[in-house]
Write a protein that binds this ligand. Structure first.
Ligand code: ADP
Ligand code: ADP
Length: 235
């Protein structure tokens, strides 16, 4: 079940080519890893999928439909959610409050406006537990959680708000070995719940255990796009 297909995508800024001829796909229940060092084009790739920057070449297909996103809202409406490295959290607010931050639940005048505090607390608790997140107390300020736990809350939140494709921008980059392991576990959880995950990382050791597909970027170009089976050295 292909959710997103990227065909020969490119991005030019004036006459600077940030990305060219990049192809890969994102399937439901799979993790597509996008690997590359600094300057490889990873951020540009994310921006195209997340709707921050429109591509200038190639084709982006979402659910088989050709799309060019011109705003993050459009990407979100298409079911593509992005968790950035510098999470937009309010450190002193409780975890549950951050879980609903910026959501329809806390603004506007629609039916969701009526969601109350006990509901939000309970929902955040249930959703975090479903993702296997062991939080002693969703009432504690999110700033007291580790970086890994905060990433996990953000992942759980995107899942709850209906993302079908989850883009993770270097979620393990700022973390130690143990915390990275924790985040990798939650990436696997999101995958097992049927999401298509795009895991952006410069670290092959993090990509390897969870990846189903690997795309390698270097200086704005793809060095290849492989399914795990194609890379298997075991047989
Ligand atoms: P990465 O995230 O892998 O470090 P980027 O996508 O940020 O890579 O950058 C890829 C290349 O495109 C780099 O050479 C970068 O300098 C260039 N680039 C990115 N954004 C712009 C921009 N707005 N204008 C010009 N060049 C850009
Ligand atoms: P943005 O602000 O677009 O979300 P970044 O934080 O990655 O993205 O980059 C800061 C700004 O610098 C962006 O406008 C980006 O496009 C731009 N930029 C990155 N690399 C270059 C470059 N080589 N030349 C010109 N602008 C660049």
């Amino acid at each position: 079940d292909v959710l997103v297909e990227v065909r020969d995508i490119g991005k030019r800024y004036g006459n600077i080519i940030a990305l060219s001829d990049v192809s890969t796909s994102v399937r439901a229940g799979e993790v597509t890893c996008v690997l590359g060092d600094n300057g490889a084009g990873k951020s540009t790739f994310i921006k195209i999928l997340a709707g921050s920057h429109a591509h200038t070449d190639g084709t982006l297909l979402v659910d088989g439909q050709e799309r060019t996103f011109s705003s993050p809202r459009e990407a979100l409406d298409a079911g593509i959610a992005t968790v950035y490295q510098d999470l937009a959290v309010v450190p002193l607010m409780p975890v549950w409050r951050n879980f609903f931050l910026g959501s329809e639940a806390t603004k506007g005048s629609g039916p969701l406006r009526r969601l109350d505090v006990p509901f939000m607390r309970k929902t955040a608790k249930t959703e975090l537990a479903a993702m296997g997140i062991d939080l002693r107390d969703v009432d504690q300020p999110i700033g007291t959680l580790s970086g890994g736990e905060r990433q996990c809350v953000a992942i759980a939140r995107a899942v709850y708000f209906g993302a079908r494709v989850l883009i993770l921008d270097e979620p393990t980059a700022a973390l130690g070995v143990k915390q990275s392991g924790v985040v990798l576990k939650y990436i696997a959880k999101a995958r097992d719940r049927g999401l298509g995950v795009v895991f952006i990382t410069h670290n092959p050791h993090h990509a390897h255990p969870v990846g189903d597909r690997f795309m390698l970027l270097r200086r704005g170009r793809s060095l290849g796009d492989f399914a795990k089976a194609e890379l298997s050295m075991d047989d």
